[in-house]
Design a binder for this molecule. Structure first.
Ligand SMILES: Nc1ncnc2c1ncn2[C@@H]1O[C@H](COP(=O)(O)OP(=O)(O)OP(=O)(O)O)[C@@H](O)[C@H]1O
Ligand SMILES: [Mg+2]
Length: 308
């Protein structure tokens, strides 16, 4: 069974004449981490709001574990948890209050709720701040409260709408580790993020949403196929070559884009590497080689038209 199946879901907000979602049909595999990627305003949060029964679609149908969101919202709510993009903790309550009470509301007994709260606060490095009211916590610590609440319930389906926004690199990794552990327990996770490294590390499948439509989907390998190139070479201009001359020198090997005033990026194939390196060495240019990343694929699909 799929955790989520959507059929031609569209949404036009009341005060707008534009489609925030335009015929979205997709499937989210049970027990998988599926990531929605898209530029600001692409429709990711709108899709999550509809799946999590917070808002009705204008048309189309969504099944959550086989149940229609329009017919069985109460049943679905018992099986999901969400980190909402616009969420804020209550100012007067502490991290402990938020997570413990949330677990109690979800029906956990006192001692189990206390154990799970302690575990989650430790995992998020929040234990030492457990009794500090949210108004006296930093932005990232407040965000971690929201992540802790959603994840502590271990609901079968988790919606994480930019869960790591504002988190430091160590805290992000702590959240990644919980996400991976929960996946191993069989939890289905729907993630949105603007951090491409995060999406690349965590996702089993990725949906790229652009202007309310799914324009590409698959795992990293499938998406790599959309760019057609295998590697990228960042080349720095030298005293003797300007950007224009440098582009001319390597243009025939693939596609070039300007990265900054003193470097270009060449997308190309592995079999060209030797010849390109020889040219670089001859021209006394410094360069670095790396496989293409999700960032490259994303920009190619929805961004800089210069690259397409
Ligand atoms: N409450 C609302 N009323 C009217 N239009 C809205 C509302 N919420 C979102 N929209 C519009 O719907 C479209 C999709 O917004 P959405 O919040 O789903 O984007 P997103 O992909 O989550 O973007 P971001 O990455 O910035 O969070 C945008 O054009 C936005 O302006
Ligand atoms: Mg959003």
């Amino acid at each position: 069974m799929f955790a989520i199946e959507s059929f031609n879901v569209s949404k036009v907000y009341k005060n707008s004449n534009k489609k925030a979602l335009d015929n979205i049909s997709l499937q989210v595999g049970e027990g998988k981490i599926s990531t929605l990627l898209g530029r600001n305003g692409a429709g990711k949060t709108t899709f999550i709001r509809i799946c999590s029964t917070q808002m009705l679609p204008t048309s189309g149908k969504i099944l959550i574990f086989g149940d229609d969101v329009l017919k069985y919202p109460e049943k679905i709510r018992q099986r999901i948890s969400i980190v909402p993009q616009e969420g804020r903790p209550l100012r007067a309550l502490t991290p402990w209050d938020h997570i413990y009470n949330w677990l109690k509301i979800h029906g956990e007994k006192k001692d189990i709720a206390a154990n799970k709260t302690t575990d989650m606060l430790n995992r998020l490095d929040l234990y030492s701040a457990k009794d500090v009211p949210a108004l006296n916590l930093s932005g990232g610590m407040k965000q971690k409260i929201l992540v802790g609440m959603a994840m502590a319930t271990e609901s079968p389906l988790l919606f994480l709408d930019e869960p790591t926004i504002g988190l430091d690199p160590v805290s992000r990794r702590q959240v990644w580790s919980i996400i991976k552990d929960w996946k191993n327990k069989g939890v289905t996770i729907v993630l949105t993020t603007h951090y491409m490294d995060e999406a690349e590390i965590l996702s089993d499948s990725i949906f790229i949403i652009h202007e309310g439509k799914v324009i590409s989907k698959g795992n990293m390998n499938d998406l790599r196929g959309t760019l057609n190139y295998q590697i990228r070479i960042d080349i720095h201009i030298s005293k003797t070559l300007n950007v224009f001359e440098l582009k001319n020198l390597v243009d025939s090997f693939g596609k070039t884009i300007n990265m900054s005033s003193d470097s270009i990026r060449l997308f190309t194939f592995e079999h060209n590497l030797r010849e390109i390196s020889e040219i670089m060495v001859r021209s006394n240019l410094s360069f670095s080689v790396a496989p293409i990343t999700l960032d490259d694929i994303f920009v190619n699909l929805v961004g800089d038209k210069d690259m397409t």
